[in-house]
Ligand binder design. Structure first.
Ligand code: OAD
Ligand code: ZN
Length: 312
């Protein structure tokens, strides 16, 4: 994509905001850092810097699905640090809500799993959580799904959470168990049955071989939710008239490919602390996103309300 020559200044960005009717906002971890939530790749403060002492060849491995299947304790040892703990949202979240209220938000594609968009009042039909969320968790063995709240005790304690349905199944088919056998006896994998036939009647052993619960956030090596592709390719691509990318390094595919998939004649604006060297945006607005958004709204004459914005 080649940069459009007619858009260059902050005021160009303001007039684009004011005249556009179907804005796609693509967000990343940078829109939540003002709330004390670390991003991933900022040197020193980002989660991946903080994880360098874990002994992984690459700290991104904590979100690698193969490694999770091999040893879920790596993920569970850091999960408490990325668990959404606050309902406070940033001025940038409030701005996306303002676009929605004005009827000009087409879609907010977020890579964030903190669910702060929901707390800011972005409607589910306007929001695509590209990397899933901590709302639910699924057993990697049997597919049993629960509200992630049920795992909070384990998540907060840094303990691997196992599947209740698997545990129950193991106990039901266990030879010599006083508990009732399941009627068909077909549940559970052969490997597992073998291992608990050898084991003692210790409940901990049952739990240890039961399926592991994985919060429904997208790991490296997993597909994104189907809604991501459907919304982008069959809906937004036709309608979008402005693209706003905020607080993301755009280093992770396929979300990084969104800007290349949208029509090249649609203006694309970038707001983040550091330039994104691999994409030619029409206007780069570099700095703190809350500050930049506040200034854009001031120049547009829009009343952005947020407790973190000083009113004069
Ligand atoms: P990154 O940490 O890669 O990028 C965040 C960007 O926001 C950086 O370029 C920062 O400079 C910038 N930034 C931080 N605070 C800011 C602020 N207050 N104002 C403006 N800019 C700020 O995070 P993402 O791009 O979101 O995926 O990362 C994408 C994906 O990589 C995540 O969803 C996660 C991660 O691996 C999974 O875990 C699957
Ligand atoms: Zn299970």
């Amino acid at each position: 994509r080649v940069k459009l020559p007619m858009y260059n200044t902050i005021d160009d960005a303001v007039s684009l905001l004011k005249k556009s009717r179907n804005i796609v906002v693509l967000t990343g971890a940078g829109i939540s850092t003002s709330l004390g939530i670390p991003d991933f790749r900022s040197k020193g403060t980002g989660l991946y810097s903080q994880l360098e002492n874990l002994g992984l060849s690459d700290p991104q491995e904590v979100f690698d699905i193969s490694l999770f299947r091999e040893d879920p304790s790596v993920f569970y040892s850091v999960a408490k640090d990325i668990l959404p703990s606050s309902k406070k949202f940033s001025p940038t979240h409030a701005f996306i809500r303002l676009l929605q209220d004005k009827g000009i938000l087409l879609t907010n594609f977020t890579q964030n799993i903190d669910n702060l968009e929901g707390h800011a009042g972005i409607l589910p039909e306007k929001l695509i959580q590209c990397h899933g969320s901590f709302a639910t968790a699924t057993c990697i063995e049997c597919g049993y799904k629960v509200e992630c709240e049920k795992l909070y005790y384990d998540l907060k304690a840094g303990k691997v959470a196992h599947c209740d349905r698997c545990i129950q199944r193991i106990r039901e088919v266990k030879p010599g168990s006083k508990r009732k056998r399941s009627s068909d006896g077909s549940s559970g994998s052969r490997k597992k049955r073998q291992s608990y036939e050898d084991s003692t009647d210790d409940e901990d052993d049952d739990i240890a071989v039961a399926g592991v619960m994985k919060p429904d956030i997208t790991f490296f090596g997993e597909d994104l939710p189907k809604t991501f592709h459907d919304r982008l390719m069959d809906h937004d691509r036709e309608l979008v008239d402005l693209v706003l990318v905020i607080g993301t390094s755009l280093k992770v595919a396929p979300v990084s490919e969104v800007v290349g998939v949208l029509p090249p004649t649609v203006p694309q604006l970038y707001i983040s602390r550091e330039p994104c060297s691999h994409v030619d945006f029409d206007i780069d607005m570099l700095g703190d996103c809350d500050t930049i958004i506040t200034e854009l709204c001031r120049r547009a004459g829009w009343d952005l309300q947020h407790e973190m914005i000083a009113k004069d």
